[in-house]
Ligand binder design. Structure first.
Ligand SMILES: Nc1ncnc2c1ncn2[C@@H]1O[C@H](COP(=O)(O)OP(=O)(O)OP(=O)(O)O)[C@@H](O)[C@H]1O
Length: 402
């Protein structure tokens, strides 16, 4: 037996003795070896991004800028470069790198590798062709690309991705920053949960910890903001906000459609209680929407944003609800008020996490059974015309800041 082979045999011995299946362990070793290959050379990333050229910049988040690049083998990548002035970001970066190496799911973004070069730390992801959900959902000229079928698939995909993080991955992972800009869409509009910088890896069996508050305005669960109490139900709350945003095309943190409602959740709840839940629907999805399915999703969204975390369903229950034909669901109680605390101490130049909602006058009419919100158009429709109505008023478009 050659020296190398001997070394390899010794290496896998301890794995063999713990398992009845030696083949699987050799596979494990292979996986470990593959993981080691994830360390990219800085020069490779410089070449791939044309020396981090501004033309290659995709955006800028809490960690710093993100660049698009192409590797020699043709793979397209997104490189997240940690801002050097943020210590907190550095910790989050390391957290994300370690965490993502363990996570593999269709609805979670794939980390290809990382790079540490002097003070520089970088994460290398698969490039996700359609970028982030917020770039479509909150833009009146692009939201039509998201018809109801796509939005429904995005909702179910995010639910499955979150279920995986909460229950099926190695350790329980609470994301803590579920929001539209952290959902990437691939070329087939499959949603991928991204940005695990603030996620915590939970030891098994531990479901609730007190920790510092971090998250994004408009998405944070009240118990998390007020008492720093973090559990999977905080992600469920953010997911519920996102569901209601997907249906309404409205951003919760800058909601100003209705004077009687404090925010999007309050607006949706009040209309739901009056039996007019479908009025929150984005005009852009009216032609493609199934009113029954939309109503069902509004109810699920409202169940997820209930004030009491114990009353919120877990993601397992949400996935089951979404996979069933519309039927009986619990009655949602009053929604909690999403937290509004500033989250990061470091500067966030050019951050993409806010969008204004000014300059819009509410032109909904109230005669018909379903009044559709006018994110893209002034529209109202009865139940029977809902599926067939396809025209939107281009002049009714609401100006949005990018
Ligand atoms: N893997 C990727 N493929 C394609 N685009 C990406 C990828 N990762 C990030 N982006 C783009 O880069 C932008 C910045 O991403 P990043 O995750 O750093 O910040 P963010 O989610 O916008 O904000 P925050 O850090 O506050 O969560 C995103 O808006 C997204 O459009």
């Amino acid at each position: 037996m050659s020296k190398t082979k001997n070394f390899f045999q010794n290496l896998i011995k301890p794995f063999r003795s713990n398992s009845s299946n030696g083949g699987e362990n050799e596979e494990d070793l292979e996986k470990i070896a593959q993981k080691e290959q994830k360390n990219f050379l800085f020069e490779t990333l410089v070449a791939a991004t044309k020396d981090f050229h501004p033309h290659h910049k995709l955006g800028e988040g809490g960690f710093g800028p993100v660049y698009r690049g192409k590797l020699d083998d043709g793979r397209e990548i997104a490189v997240k470069k940690l801002s050097q002035y943020s210590n907190q970001g550095k910790k989050e970066f390391e957290n994300e790198a370690k965490l993502l190496a363990r996570v593999q799911h269709r609805n979670v973004v794939n980390l290809l590798g990382y790079c540490i070069h002097g003070n520089e730390k970088l994460l290398v992801y698969e490039y996700v062709a359609n970028q982030s959900l917020d770039k479509f959902l909150f833009k009146s000229n692009r939201n039509v690309e998201l018809d109801w079928k796509r939005r429904y698939e995005i909702i179910t995909g995010i639910a499955r991705g979150l279920l995986y993080l909460h229950e099926d991955s190695h350790n329980r992972i609470i994301h803590r920053d579920i929001k539209a800009s952290n959902i990437l869409l691939d070329d087939k509009w499959v949603p991928k949960i991204a940005d695990f910088g603030m996620a915590r890896l939970f030891p098994e069996g531990e479901s609730n910890v007190n920790t510092r508050v971090a998250g994004t305005n408009g998405y944070m669960a009240p118990e998390y903001v007020m008492h720093g109490q973090l559990s999977v139900k905080a992600d469920v709350f953010s997911f519920g906000v996102l569901v209601l945003e997907l249906i309404s095309g409205q951003k919760n943190s800058s909601f100003n459609l209705n004077l009687d409602a404090q925010n999007l959740l309050d607006w949706a709840y009040k209309l739901y209680k009056k039996g007019k839940g479908l009025e929150i629907m984005d005009a852009a999805i009216v032609p493609s929407a199934s009113p029954e399915q939309v109503s069902f999703c509004i109810q699920i969204g409202l169940l997820c944003v209930q004030s009491d975390p114990k009353s919120r369903p877990d993601m397992h229950r949400v996935v089951i609800m979404l996979s069933k034909k519309p039927g009986h669901l619990d009655e949602p109680m009053r929604p909690g008020i999403a937290g509004n605390r500033y989250r990061r101490s470091g500067p966030r130049p050019g951050s993409s996490s806010t969008a204004g909602a000014s300059g819009f006058s509410d032109s909904r009419t109230s005669e018909s059974t379903f009044n559709i919100n006018t994110n893209t158009a002034s529209a109202s429709a009865s139940a029977s015309t809902l599926a067939s109505s396809s025209k939107s008023d281009p002049h009714g478009k609401r100006p949005m800041k990018s």
